[in-house]
Design a protein around this ligand. Structure first.
Ligand code: C2E
Ligand code: MG
Length: 593
C-alpha cells in the first residue's frame, strides 16, 4: 500500500448499498471499526463506528485515512509495518492510538488486517477490524507499574530489614549472615577470622547533654570512621545503640587483629565536631578470633562482647582479646545483675558504718557508710563486685539514693542521740554525677531529715575516666555551696588524675594504704604513701589515710602529718546496731562538727 496523501473520495461513492441484514449493515452494529480496501489499498468500506469515532467523513487510500487520526508517536512504527504488509501481501496485526474528534483524546486500538486472494494467490481485497483496547492497555500499564513498584518496595524492604536505618550499615541480621558465611569459608580454607566488638564510652552522656540529634550525628560519624579504617572485604555493622561490630573474614596472624583494634580505637577517639560543639569520645573494644575463641557465629560475637566488657572494666578506651576465663566472669556478672534487680525492694541491702578518726586527738570525725548485700542465691557479695555492675545497668541510681537517704537519716538520728553533730560519709558513684538530678536529690534528702549539709560528706572515686568531668565539677561546686563536704576517694589508684583533683572543689583527699601498696610493685609502699601525702598536703587538702591495719602504718601516717585515719586497726565497719551503740557511748564533745 502507498501511504502518501491521496485525493479524498467520499465514502458514499464507494459503497454498494446492501439490503437490510446484509453484511454492510450488520457491520454497523459492531463495536469495532470495520473496513475493506481493494488490492491497491483504496478504501472500499468503513462501518459506522469509523465515522462516529474519528469524526472523519471522507477517505482516499487506507493509509491516508488512518494517518489523519494516527498518534504521531505511533507513526514511524505503524508505517514500517504497513509498508512490509502491503509489499508482501501479508496479513498483519498492530496496536496504535487513534484520535477521537468527539472526545479530543487518543485511544489504543488493536488493528487486524486480512487478505482475500484469487485462485492464483494474488491479493484482490483487504479487510480489517480496529478493536478498542484502551481500557485493557491502561489496565496492563497500571499492572506493570504496580509490579515495578512492588518490586522496588520489596527490594527496599529487604534492604531495610538487613540494614541500620540511621547509619546505613548492615544490622545484626546481615552481620550474622555474613559472619556465618565467613566462618564456613574460613573453615574450608583453614583461615583465621576476627570479630571486633566496639562500644563507645559515655555515649549516654552525649545524648543526655547535647541531645539526641547530636548523638545521632556522632553515631553516623563513627560509622563512617570505622568503615574508612577497614578493607572493603570486611564488614562494619551496627548492632544497636552505640554498639558496633567489625568482621574481618581473613586474618594473616592474630597480632594483626590487635593492630587493627588500635587503629579502630584511634579513629573512634579523635575529636568530633557536632554543630558548634567539639567533643571527644573514646571507645572500648573486644576481639575474638576463629578458631581459637569459638567456632560458631553467636559464640564468637558473644566472646568479643565479653572481651569488650573487660576492656571497659579496666578503665575503658582500651582493647582486649577474649580469654576463656572471661566467660566464667561474664556468667557471674550476669547472675549478679539478675539478682541485683529488685534487691533493694527485697531488703537485701544494708549499710555498715566505719568510723574515721582525727589523727591528733583520736576522736571519731565521721562514719563512712559502706554498702553490704546478702542475697539468698549468691550469699554475701562485696560492694567492689556488685557496685560496678549496678553502675553499668543503672541500678546504682536508686541504690545511691537509698544510701544517701539512709546516711542522712543516721547522721540526724546520731546527732540527736549524741547531743552533738555527727558526720556521715557516703560513697558516690560517678554515674550519679552524670545525672542532672543529683544535686536536687541530695538537697531533698538533707531537707527531709533536717540535716545540716556540713554533716554530710561525699566520697567521690578518683577514677573519673569516661565521665563528664565538667558536669561533675558543676554539681560538686553546687554541693560545696550548700555546705556538703567533698572528698576524693582512692587517690593514687590507676586512672586517678591530678587534673581532676585541681578542678573539683574538694575538702579532703583520701589515700588508701592498700593502694599505696599496689601502685608501684617495685617501690616501697611507705615511699609511695609519703609521695602521695606530700602531694595532697602541698595542694593544701585535708589528708585522710585509710586501710590502716598495723601500728607501723598508723605511726607512719601520723609521722607524715596526716589529718585523719581510718582502718581495721582503729575501727572495723560496724553494723547499724553496733554503730548506734558506739555513738551512744560517745560523750557529747567526742565528735567534731
Ligand atoms: P572505699 O570507699 O575505699 O571503702 C573503704 C573500703 O575499705 C571498705 O571496703 C572497707 O571495709 C575497707 N577497709 C576499711 N578499713 C580497712 C583496712 O584496714 N584494711 C582493709 N584491707 N580494708 C579496709 P568495702 O566495704 O568492701 O567497700 C569497697 C568499695 O566499695 C568502697 O571503697 C567503695 O568504693 C565501694 N562502696 C561501698 N559502699 C558504697 C556505696 O554506698 N556506694 C558506692 N558507689 N560505692 C560503695
Ligand atoms: Mg570510700
Amino acid at each position: 500500500m502507498r501511504v502518501e496523501q491521496e485525493q479524498v473520495v467520499p465514502i458514499e461513492a464507494q459503497l454498494v448499498p446492501g439490503a437490510a441484514g446484509s453484511p454492510v449493515y450488520l457491520a454497523d452494529t459492531l463495536p469495532q471499526i470495520v473496513w475493506t480496501a481493494d488490492a491497491d489499498g483504496r478504501v472500499t468500506y468503513f462501518n459506522r463506528r469509523w465515522y462516529e469515532y474519528t469524526g472523519l467523513d471522507a477517505v482516499g487510500s487506507l493509509g491516508f485515512a488512518f494517518r489523519q487520526a494516527l498518534h504521531p508517536g505511533d507513526e514511524e512504527r505503524t508505517l514500517a509495518r504497513w509498508d512490509r504488509a502491503w509489499r508482501l501481501g501479508e496479513p498483519y496485526e498492530i496496536e496504535y492510538r487513534l484520535f477521537a474528534r468527539s472526545t479530543g483524546v487518543y485511544r489504543w486500538f488493536l488493528v487486524r488486517a486480512n487478505t482475500v486472494l484469487d485462485e492464483s494467490g494474488r491479493v484482490v481485497q483487504w479487510s480489517g477490524t480496529c478493536t478498542d483496547i484502551d481500557d485493557q492497555k491502561r489496565f496492563e500499564e497500571e499492572a506493570r507499574r504496580h509490579a515495578a513498584e512492588l518490586k522496588a518496595s520489596r527490594a527496599e524492604l529487604a534492604h531495610l530489614v538487613r540494614h541500620d536505618a540511621l547509619t546505613g550499615l548492615p544490622n545484626r541480621l546481615l552481620f550474622t549472615d555474613r559472619l556465618e558465611r565467613a566462618l564456613a569459608a574460613a573453615e574450608r580454607h583453614g583461615r583465621l577470622l576476627a570479630v571486633f566488638f566496639v562500644d563507645l564510652d559515655g555515649f549516654k552522656r552525649i545524648n543526655d547533654t547535647l541531645g539526641h540529634e547530636a548523638g545521632d550525628e556522632l553515631l553516623k560519624e563513627i560509622a563512617r570512621r570505622l568503615t574508612s579504617v577497614v578493607r572493603s572485604s570486611d564488614t562494619v555493622a551496627r548492632l544497636g545503640g552505640d554498639e558496633f561490630v567489625v568482621l574481618v573474614p581473613e586474618l594473616e596472624r592474630p597480632e594483626d587483629a590487635m593492630a587493627l583494634a588500635r587503629k579502630l580505637l584511634r579513629h573512634a577517639g579523635a575529636a568530633y565536631d557536632l554543630g558548634a560543639q567539639r567533643v571527644r569520645v573514646t571507645a572500648s573494644l573486644g576481639v575474638s578470633v576463629y578458631p581459637d575463641d569459638a567456632d560458631g557465629a553467636s559464640t564468637l560475637l558473644r566472646h568479643a562482647d565479653v572481651a569488650m566488657y573487660r576492656a571497659k572494666q579496666s578503665g575503658k578506651n582500651d582493647a582486649r582479646f577474649f580469654a576463656p576465663e572471661m566467660n566464667a566472669e561474664a556468667h557471674q556478672r550476669m547472675q549478679i545483675a539478675a539478682q541485683l534487680d529488685g534487691a533493694l525492694e527485697r531488703g537485701e541491702l544494708r549499710l555498715e558504718y566505719q568510723p574515721q578518726f582525727d589523727a591528733v586527738t583520736g576522736r571519731p570525725v565521721s562514719f563512712e557508710a559502706l554498702l553490704r548485700w546478702t542475697n539468698p542465691v549468691l550469699g554475701d557479695v562485696p560492694p567492689e563486685r556488685f557496685v560496678p555492675i549496678a553502675e553499668d545497668n543503672g541500678v546504682i541510681v536508686e541504690i545511691c539514693e537509698w544510701v544517701i537517704d539512709q546516711s542522712c537519716g543516721r547522721a540526724a538520728q546520731w546527732s540527736h542521740a549524741a547531743g552533738a553533730s555527727v558526720r556521715v560519709a557516703a560513697n558516690v558513684s560517678l554515674v550519679q554525677l552524670d545525672r542532672q538530678d543529683f544535686v536536687p536529690m541530695i538537697a531533698d534528702a538533707l531537707r527531709r531529715h533536717g540535716l545540716d549539709p556540713r554533716q554530710l560528706e561525699l566520697e567521690l572515686t578518683a577514677r573519673i575516666g569516661g565521665h563528664d568531668v565538667d558536669l561533675a565539677c558543676a554539681q560538686m561546686a553546687e554541693l560545696a555551696r550548700l555546705g556538703v563536704r567533698l572528698t576524693m576517694d582512692e587517690f593514687g589508684t590507676p586512672g586517678s588524675s591530678i587534673d581532676h583533683v585541681m578542678r573539683l572543689p574538694l575538702d579532703a583527699i583520701k589515700i588508701d594504704q592498700q593502694v599505696a601498696r599496689d601502685v608501684v610493685a617495685d617501690r616501697s609502699p611507705e615511699r609511695v604513701l609519703e609521695a602521695l601525702v606530700s602531694l595532697a598536703q602541698a595542694l593544701e587538702f585535708t589528708v585522710v589515710v585509710s586501710g590502716i591495719e598495723t601500728e607501723a602504718q598508723r605511726r607512719q601516717a601520723l609521722g607524715l602529718g596526716c589529718d585523719r585515719l581510718q582502718g581495721f586497726l582503729l575501727g572495723r565497719p560496724l553494723t547499724e546496731c553496733e554503730a548506734d551503740a558506739f555513738v551512744a557511748s560517745l560523750l557529747p564533745e567526742a565528735t567534731e562538727p
